[in-house]
Design a protein around this ligand. Structure first.
Ligand SMILES: Nc1ncnc2c1ncn2[C@@H]1O[C@H](COP(=O)(O)OP(=O)(O)OP(=O)(O)O)[C@@H](O)[C@H]1O
Ligand SMILES: O=P(O)(O)OC[C@H]1O[C@H](OP(=O)(O)OP(=O)(O)O)[C@H](O)[C@@H]1O
Ligand SMILES: [Mg+2]
Length: 285
């Protein structure tokens, strides 16, 4: 059986559960279930704290795991990213009330509060800055008002939390992060488990593609086909069939969800009609 570490709490837990369920794996029946054996899919899911997942995967007690790249970096585990998963996207940044006037160099001698102590210490060391890192478990934005630090380093997505705390980011992002499926670098699996991992990766890729792409169908006068096909090149190549109307073709292709309306406009202007967009339920690429 392939052993997979899955986040049991926080920002990663629901999107991970949804992804695995869409990929055909069993969902746990309640939030207290710590281990789930999914016999038909030959996997065992261990529900662990996202912060601990890198430790288990790194030590080899679990084969692969899902966590944030920032947490992986903070654990100092040398992991191998198998697949970026496209959720829990964030940046990791310094912020302070006087952030607008600060630079990385201004951190010399400062007290910096963070839940990602190793990540921050490694970044400071890399840039030759000597500062004191204060470890806090969470809600680090409050640490400045409470006099524990002058600066924080934390996860930023929309920036709402920082804005509400009256803090401004400064310096380059320490890192950008998203959820990833990862293993340790020298992972060696038995044939059965290696095959199960291949299936897992193929299924997750299928879910990600189904989420990010739609199918587009349209009719086009055959003389205008080349122009239209250039707008919808698809993954490999679009499918072109003959329409039961002389001089017309029917085209089917895949388009990124985010481009759909621009592509439909461009196709219309290129002479396409009956342009239809359909969601992809599932796929294997
Ligand atoms: N608001 C957010 N937007 C995007 N990604 C986020 C957000 N908050 C956290 N993350 C990401 O989710 C991952 C796990 O963070 P999370 O906040 O769930 O853990 P935690 O802080 O240890 O747990 P908790 O907040 O439950 O105490 C990290 O990789 C982080 O970058
Ligand atoms: O930029 P934003 O969209 O505001 O999101 C970022 C915030 O979300 C997370 O907080 P979380 O709710 O996990 O609390 P925590 O700080 O206790 O981890 C993170 O630690 C930031 O505080
Ligand atoms: Mg958090």
């Amino acid at each position: 059986m392939l052993r997979i570490a899955v986040p049991n709490k926080g920002a990663l837990s629901e999107p991970t559960a949804a992804l695995l369920a869409e990929a055909g794996y069993r969902r746990r029946s309640n939030a207290k279930e710590l281990v789930l054996v999914d016999e038909p899919n030959d996997v065992e899911l261990f529900f662990l704290r996202p912060r601990d997942i890198a430790v288990y995967v790194g030590s080899g007690t679990v084969d692969v795991g899902i966590t944030g790249q920032d947490m992986l970096a903070d654990s100092r585990t040398v992991g191998e990213v198998i697949l970026p998963l496209g959720f829990a996207r964030s940046t990791f940044r310094f912020a302070a009330p006087d952030g607008a006037d600060r630079t990385l160099e201004s951190l010399q001698g400062a007290r910096i509060a963070t839940s990602y102590e190793n990540l921050v210490e490694d970044h400071l060391a890399e840039h030759g800055v000597d500062a004191t890192v204060v470890h806090l478990d969470g809600a680090v934005e409050s640490s400045i008002r409470l006099g524990v630090a002058e600066v924080i380093a934390d996860v930023v997505e929309t920036g709402t939390t920082l804005r509400q705390a009256g803090l401004d980011v400064f310096g380059d992002p320490i890192m950008t992060s998203e959820a990833v499926l990862f293993s340790r670098v020298d992972l060696e699996l038995e044939d059965d488990a290696a095959h199960t991992l291949e299936v897992l990766v193929r299924r997750i890729r299928g879910v990600l593609v189904a989420r990010e792409y739609v199918l587009i169908d349209y009719d086009i006068p055959t003389e205008k086909l080349e122009g239209a096909v250039a707008v919808t090149p698809g993954f490999e190549a679009p499918t072109v069939s003959e329409l039961h109307r002389s001089g017309w073709s029917a085209v089917r292709s895949m388009v990124a969800v985010s481009d759909t309306n621009h592509v439909m406009d461009a196709l219309y202007e290129a002479g396409a009609r009956a342009i239809l967009v359909t969601a992809i339920q599932a796929c294997r690429m």
